[in-house]
Design a protein around this ligand. Structure first.
Ligand SMILES: NC(=O)c1ccc[n+]([C@@H]2O[C@H](COP(=O)([O-])OP(=O)(O)OC[C@H]3O[C@@H](n4cnc5c(N)ncnc54)[C@H](O)[C@@H]3O)[C@@H](O)[C@H]2O)c1
Ligand SMILES: O=C(O)C(=O)C[C@]1(C(=O)O)C=C[C@@H](O)C=C1
Length: 311
């Protein structure tokens, strides 16, 4: 059934129609967040598929045409592509338009995008903490953002009305919105998202490289814990290359801390410190349980949880 509430934006322009862009398109339509959705992607193949899926009102590879007349423009491209896209669309942004993004890193995006944004537009970086290991327009779904966080990182003293409107948009798509600085965002996400991905890429790579553990044995014996790592390690290579290159300092800082804790763990095993191991595993089990209690277990998304809340 169509959502009867008034749209928050007239024309929403989405650039990059992969997992996140196509989920925003589907969600904006399902929950009536936009009157019209314009889509653009550098790949003609993606544009053609978006037309087939019918998830946007207009789809073209022409960036200028896509953003013209839009009151909200969202960059949904890999982090490393945001600066160049911003440079191309900047002269075509309408006065008063909100320019946002969904990049997994915020400091580098501010540095690369902000210099291009005209004074007449409002740039509000954003990051929905929701995703899967899949990519492309077929991977998206309208309920992806339901009950997930969306972090906004507006600069200090930024136009409150523009932030309120963008918050309302994400709330309409089902997200819980929180605001913080780009630096704090990058530090937090380095621990909660970037480091876990790095560890998954590493463990899967190590296992595949081990001479006695052949590729076929990796597949054959990956029934439980290892399989969870392979899911994360299947995430998009372009996206994750850009994340690590653009959140270098925070990731390296957290990796240093991780190394120290791993050394302590190694010592516990070497010295037979069973109490130490037991205490750590008890603490981490409690963390997992509290995440589940808070309904934040993304490993088990509830695709039926589609009732939108009031913004
Ligand atoms: N996948 C996730 O779990 C997740 C979650 C939150 C945020 N993000 C962020 O969202 C962004 C998009 O990720 P995704 O998972 O949707 O990726 P995706 O690979 O599914 O889609 C990206 C799309 O951008 C297009 N593109 C690339 N360069 C372009 C350019 N210069 N101009 C126009 N289109 C271009 C590609 O053709 C592709 O269709 C990234 O910045 C990522 O960090 C991803
Ligand atoms: O669920 C997954 O597959 C994800 O990796 C999603 C995830 C995350 O780490 O939580 C990945 C990167 C994004 O920037 C946000 C969300």
């Amino acid at each position: 059934m169509a959502d009867a509430r008034a749209p928050i934006f007239e024309k929403v322009a989405l650039i990059g129609l992969g997992l996140i862009g196509s989920s925003i398109a589907r969600g904006a339509r399902a929950y009536g967040a936009a009157t019209r959705i314009a889509a653009s992607d550098a790949s003609e193949q993606v544009c053609a598929r978006v037309r087939e899926l019918g998830i946007a009102d207009e789809t073209t590879a022409d960036l200028a045409q896509t953003v013209t007349g839009a009151d909200l423009v969202i960059l949904c491209v890999p982090v490393g592509a945001c600066g160049e896209v911003a440079r191309v669309i900047a002269p075509h942004l309408s006065p008063g338009a909100i320019l946002s993004d969904v990049g997994s890193v915020k400091g580098a995006i501010v540095a690369q995008v902000a210099p291009h944004v005209p004074a007449s537009a409002h740039f509000i970086p954003a990051h929905p903490i929701a995703g899967t290991e899949y990519s492309g327009p077929d991977a998206g779904f309208a309920t992806l953002f339901q009950n997930r966080w969306c972090i906004l990182t507006p600069q200090d003293g930024f136009d409150g009305e523009a932030v309120r409107k963008l918050s309302a948009f994400w709330t309409r798509l089902g997200a819980n919105v929180e605001t913080m600085s780009a630096t704090h965002h990058d530090l937090v996400l380095a621990v909660t998202s970037h480091l876990p991905h790095l560890i998954a890429y590493n463990i899967v790579g190590t296992a595949a490289d081990l001479e006695e553990v052949t590729q076929s044995e990796v597949i054959k014996f990956s029934a439980s814990g290892f399989r969870d790592f392979t899911r994360i390690a299947a995430s998009d290579p372009t996206m994750w290359r850009d994340i690590f290159l653009n959140n270098k300092d925070a990731v390296l800082e957290m990796l240093g801390r991780f190394d120290e804790d791993l050394t302590a763990l190694r010592r516990m095993i070497r010295t037979g410190d069973g109490d130490g191991l037991f205490a750590l595993f008890t603490r981490t089990r409690a963390i997992r349980r509290s995440i589940i209690e808070q309904g934040q277990d993304t490993a088990a998304p509830d695709f039926g949880r589609s009732a939108p809340r009031e913004e």
